[in-house]
Design a protein around this ligand. Structure first.
Ligand SMILES: N[C@@H](CCC(=O)N[C@@H](CS)C(=O)NCC(=O)O)C(=O)O
Length: 216
């Protein structure tokens, strides 16, 4: 049984939950309250020098970083594939995914928001505005990328959900958490809705984990 250290609000942990669910892998989740600083003690502190979730334990193997974890899962459980076979299309999927994973998510995590407040005396309203700015920039980049795709497929880059869809849904969940409007980004909304028709996405949404507790 895989052990996931995550947090209900974390879009990075949500990405890993979706990937495991799409692949039919079973896991148990331990919630780490990032707002209380639990990432600086216990299993996360022991296993991840960067003090972030997700951390995934697979027997003796310890994995961090949602992209590395998802690619690892995709390698050891190849079906259904989360990345296309073609190298150019794989690069396109990774580039899209990194808009969320690298460029946006990192700017809105608790430690970034805490730093703004502590070092620059940003008010709660300033921090919300900061979140909304970066999340909207990412939404716009995703929307434009989707509009300019070579192929108009039901999911981001194909007929089935993959890494890009996982990152799109994770980003939308992040927007929902911080009340960043996303409804104007029609292609993003359309694909997010399509994803949520699948239990892998809807049953693992941050608000489900918040309200029902982690998968035990
Ligand atoms: N690039 C990392 C991001 C990990 C990350 O920053 N996770 C956030 C939650 S989404 C976290 O644990 N933050 C801890 C903090 O801000 O103190 C990934 O995709 O796994």
């Amino acid at each position: 049984m895989l052990e996931l250290y995550g947090y209900w609000r974390s879009q990075a942990a949500y990405r890993v939950r979706i990937a495991m669910a799409l692949k039919g892998i079973d896991w148990r989740e331990h919630l780490v309250d990032l707002m209380k600083g639990e990432q600086f003690a216990g299993a996360v502190a022991q296993h991840n020098p960067h003090h972030t979730v997700p951390v995934l334990i697979d027997g003796q193997r310890v994995l961090t970083q949602s992209l590395a974890i998802i690619e690892y899962l995709n390698d050891i459980h190849p079906q259904p594939p989360l990345l296309p076979a073609d190298p150019y299309q794989r690069a396109k999927v990774r580039a899209f995914s990194l808009i969320a994973i690298a460029d946006s998510n990192s700017l809105v995590v608790p430690r970034a928001r805490k730093r703004l407040a502590e070092q620059f005396k940003a008010s709660p309203a300033d921090v919300t505005s900061w979140n909304n700015y970066w999340q909207t920039l990412a939404l716009a980049a995703m929307e434009k990328t989707l509009a300019e795709r070579d192929v108009k497929s039901p999911f981001c880059f194909g007929d089935a959900p993959g890494l890009a869809d996982i990152c799109l849904a994770g980003h939308v969940a992040g927007c929902q958490n911080s009340e960043t409007p996303f409804e104007q980004f029609q292609r993003v909304v359309e694909i997010n809705n399509r994803c949520h028709e699948l239990a892998a996405f809807s049953a693992n949404h941050p608000w489900i984990v918040r309200d029902k507790g982690p998968r035990a």
